[in-house]
Design a protein around this ligand. Sequence first.
Ligand code: ATR
Length: 283
Amino acid sequence: MGKLFGLIGHPVGHSMSPSMHNNAFHLLHQNHHYHAFDVSEADLQAAIAGFRAIGISGFNITIPHKVEVMKYLDEVDEEAKLIGAVNTVVNDNGRLFGYNTDGEGYLQSLLKVTGDQLKQMRVLLIGAGGAARAVLTVLSRYGVEELHIANRTKEKAASLASECNQSSKDAFVWSIEEAEQKLHQFDLIINTTSVGMSPNVDQLPIALNNIKQDAVVSDLIYNPLKTKLLQEAEAKGATVLNGVGMFVEQGALAFEKWTGTKPDRNEMEKIVLQQLGGVSNSC
Ligand code: ATR
């Protein structure tokens, strides 16, 4: 019998996950189904109890439930605890086990562009929210030459840096203006904020005047596929990476945890790009 998988979030109407996973099941001749459930914050606990009762095989969690959901799970993986959020749950014979595949998904998509050079890179993260925390956690684990965090509210960057000091090296903390002055020092610049996301496509999280010519600039945003940040970076000769690869990888890693089989990532990307209405610029 086919298994049921799902997504809970609010809203979920425009989620690309159902078609991405259902197409992957189809291609692997797996008779499973993935459905998006719109669950309000007030109903989260009841929804998880319902999932237990019907024996759902696994599910994803998206905004706004990624932190709150941890309360209702039986176990949470170490990296998900460090990131402080769960986006994937596996139902192991009635025990709900939480993981975070966003961080690893981002790392895998980044490595396709940087290769092993990532270890030698001086990295600037822009933003200090949940997405920054996921990226900081995986980059600390992987090990890079230097980690810097710049944020509109510098105190939040300082607090993120001090919470995530599990690596041997501490992260440096800057205001956006300070980071703009020293931009030429960074090999990799990663925007984790929502600045530049549709409909605010004219916004830039940081001015790129001082960018190094051979820098890599990465934006977690995938709508639009090429944010103003990526357009300007490309015009200055940088290599750019959008958020499509991260989205596909986080889904593929969840799929592997649920089914023990590898989905075709290229096919997943095609489905996502069809929905976003464009051609990939993931590298
Ligand atoms: P997420 O979980 O998606 O990372 P979040 O936790 O709300 O979202 O964090 C949002 C991040 O984007 C923060 O770093 C925020 O900066 P502040 O800490 O100063 O609030 C940043 N951000 C959001 N809107 C911004 C804007 N218009 N200009 C600059 N930074 C912005």
